[in-house]
Design a protein around this ligand. Structure first.
Ligand SMILES: Nc1nc2c(c(=O)[nH]1)N=C([C@H](O)[C@H](O)COP(=O)(O)OP(=O)(O)OP(=O)(O)O)CN2
Length: 109
């Protein structure tokens, strides 16, 4: 089994829709640090699981310098973002989304 992991940073704004009072209901921004892990039993004809560049492009095209509430049809929590990335990137098996030093969410198959 081959495994690759791409680390990238995404700058974006969001607010959360919650059923309790929270400062996160107000528009704010993060420099998310995101790790995307992909696996394959066999490499493609270029000798890759997935091109690191393609992984970043897929995530950045949707999220970077965006208001995530405008581009997603779900509440943009770190958990939901991690799931969306895993569903979007080919061969993805695990995504870790770090909002800040102490706040990290992981989705994996
Ligand atoms: N499970 C989740 N909890 C929270 C999420 C999330 O995506 N998943 N997101 C937020 C907000 O985006 C908010 O920006 C973070 O709030 P908070 O935890 O208060 O973050 P701080 O960096 O201020 O944390 P401190 O430890 O208080 O410094 C909230 N929760």
């Amino acid at each position: 089994m081959y495994t690759v992991t791409k680390r990238m940073e995404v700058s974006a704004a969001h607010h959360l829709v919650l059923d309790y009072e929270s400062k996160c209901e107000h528009l704010h921004g993060h420099n998310w640090i995101i790790y995307v892990t992909c696996q394959a039993e066999a490499l493609d004809r270029n000798g890759m699981v997935v091109d690191f560049k393609k992984i970043k492009e897929l995530v950045h095209a949707k999220m970077d310098h965006q208001n995530l509430n405008d581009v997603f049809d779900f509440n943009p929590t770190a958990e939901n973002i991690a799931k969306w990335i895993c569903d979007t990137v080919p061969h993805c098996v695990k995504v870790t989304v770090q909002e800040s030093e102490g706040n990290v969410a992981t989705y994996e198959l």
